[in-house]
Design a protein around this ligand. Structure first.
Ligand code: FAD
Length: 461
């Protein structure tokens, strides 16, 4: 084989690694992959999003580490696209670029009081408890008695569960040490999960719901009338509801029939409600929720329609968890509404230039399709992108290079005085963290500042 494609991948989450894995499966060409990641640590939301008490899910990192062992793979951590390295650099050194930068921002509620102290996004809280360096200095007032989590998808359930768990339950995980300390002092008594539609429309998965029945010091509360479904929802449940929805309703029934014991905390599932205002003098004191009814849309789905009925409740902490949102990258088109980079099967297209396709720029993962789906969803997604890219190379008669030496990007990074982190360097952090974890019977004790991470690498090298 004497023809070689050189590909840059931006972002080391599931989409980036699945794209690299698919590139290495190609037999017709040799393919070199250089992956750039803004943090010194790889794996995106698998490290910084997936809940610390869901370690089994995090084991997918082993698959990504195997991909990283390929001799044609190089990792450049602590290098941010748009700050340290730019589109022009990449197009000069590589045949094509795959942007797989995820959706790091959050969607806002758009209601009064959302900016009060004590009102946060789930994005911030999740990144904080997972030790993401950008969020380790955040403060959450856990002297609060009542917390409201707005939204009722799996991320909202993660947030409520972490708030509800005891320090002992959390101490077995790799939750950031400062978060464990803060949660140890938590005074929370009631945590409310608020969904705008009914239980049949809820987006959480049965496994996540079931976990609430096993909490050591928190009861789960589902009012029985929640399960008195409206006629349309009942019909959906009996005809075309997914197995997951049927299981969810079954579990909610079991929960509603259980006696509420006298545990320290309660997690309440509140359906058919939307926040209309968060209020307080200089911090959150109260939340106003409107009661919704379900209204059939033209396509047959059920939408939440506000009624006149508004309930007010004491609240000192509010977390909005209504979805993540992508952020624009320099020199790339961006669709503000969907928070994605416009593309056709992963190939970037320019809406401002007649939707012209860019032959050397591609996207994968959340920045391509929006923030939905589980880790595995990013595999098909990345495979589609890689195939589209290789087909474009053929169709456009682009020529693979004869020179298979590594792209000379190291010189550029060094010229810019960037302290980049290789995959071998990351493994030094990994060993440091897991050894510290072993001493405490935990999977790892995370380093949470970039300076600390770089210092560990310097010491161990
Ligand atoms: C809170 C939460 C919990 C979840 N839990 C689960 C779960 O339990 N099970 C499950 O299957 N799925 C779960 N998911 C979904 C799963 O994490 C996503 O499907 C997946 O991570 C998306 O992959 P991605 O590669 O597109 O983005 P990401 O995982 O976000 O990776 C993007 C990477 O790009 C890097 N990056 C961003 N900008 C730049 C830049 N400018 N330059 C260089 N690098 C950059 C980021 O640092 C990051 O490492 C969860 C998601 C969230 C938010």
């Amino acid at each position: 084989m004497n023809q070689c494609w050189k590909i840059a991948v931006i972002g080391s989450g599931p989409a980036g690694f699945y794209a690299a894995g698919e590139l290495f499966r190609q037999q017709s060409w040799e393919i070199k992959v250089d992956m750039f990641e803004r943090l010194p640590t790889p794996f995106g939301l698998v490290r910084g999003g997936v809940a610390p008490d869901h370690q089994k899910i995090k084991s997918v990192q082993k698959i990504y580490s195997r991909i990283a062992e390929n001799e044609n793979f190089r990792f450049f951590g602590n290098v941010e696209f748009g700050r340290d390295i730019f589109q022009a650099d990449l197009l000069e050194h590589y045949d094509a670029v795959i942007y797989s930068v995820g959706s790091p921002a959050d969607r806002e509620l758009g209601i009064p009081g959302e900016d009060l102290s004590g009102s946060h996004s789930a994005t911030e809280f999740v990144a904080w408890y997972n030790g993401h360096p950008d969020f380790c200095d955040y403060k959450f007032d856990l002297s609060a008695k009542n917390a409201f989590v707005i939204g009722i998808g799996n991320v909202a359930l993660d947030v409520a569960r972490i708030l509800a768990k005891t320090p002992e339950e959390l101490a077995e995980t790799d939750i950031a040490d400062y978060a464990l300390d803060a949660l140890r002092a938590s005074q929370l008594e009631d945590i409310w999960l608020v969904g705008r539609r009914g239980p049949v429309q809820a987006a959480f998965s049965p496994a996540e719901l079931r976990e609430f029945m096993e909490l050591a010091e928190a009861d789960v509360v589902v009012e029985q009338n929640v399960l008195e479904l409206d006629a349309e929802s009942q019909q959906i449940l009996e005809t075309d509801a997914s197995n997951d929805t049927k299981k969810n309703i079954e579990i909610l029934k079991q929960i509603s029939l259980r006696d509420v014991s006298a545990k320290k905390r309660r997690v309440h599932f509140l359906f058919l409600s939307s926040p209309v205002e968060i209020s307080g003098n200089d911090k959150v004191e109260k939340i106003s929720l409107v009661r919704n009814q379900l209204l059939k849309r033209e396509d047959g789905s059920l939408a939440a329609q506000p009624t006149e009925k508004i309930n007010e409740a004491a609240a000192e902490l509010v977390f909005r968890s209504i979805g993540y949102h992508g952020q624009p990258l320099p020199d790339l088109p961006f669709d503000q509404k969907s928070g994605t980079i416009p593309n056709e099967c992963g190939q970037v297209k320019d809406p401002e230039n007649g939707n012209k396709l860019r032959n050397r720029e591609y996207v994968a993962g959340w920045i391509k399709r929006g923030p939905s789906g589980v880790i595995g969803t990013n595999k098909q997604d990345a495979v589609e992108t890689v195939h589209r890219m290789l087909e474009t190379f053929l169709n456009e008669k682009m020529e693979a290079g004869k020179n298979c030496a590594n792209p000379d990007i190291v010189a550029l990074l060094e010229n810019r005085k960037l302290e980049y982190v290789s995959f071998a360097d990351w493994k030094l952090i990994d060993v440091h963290e897991t050894e510290a974890g072993q001493k405490q019977g935990r999977p790892r004790v995370k380093l949470t500042s970039i300076a600390e991470m770089l210092s560990v690498i310097r010491q161990k090298k």
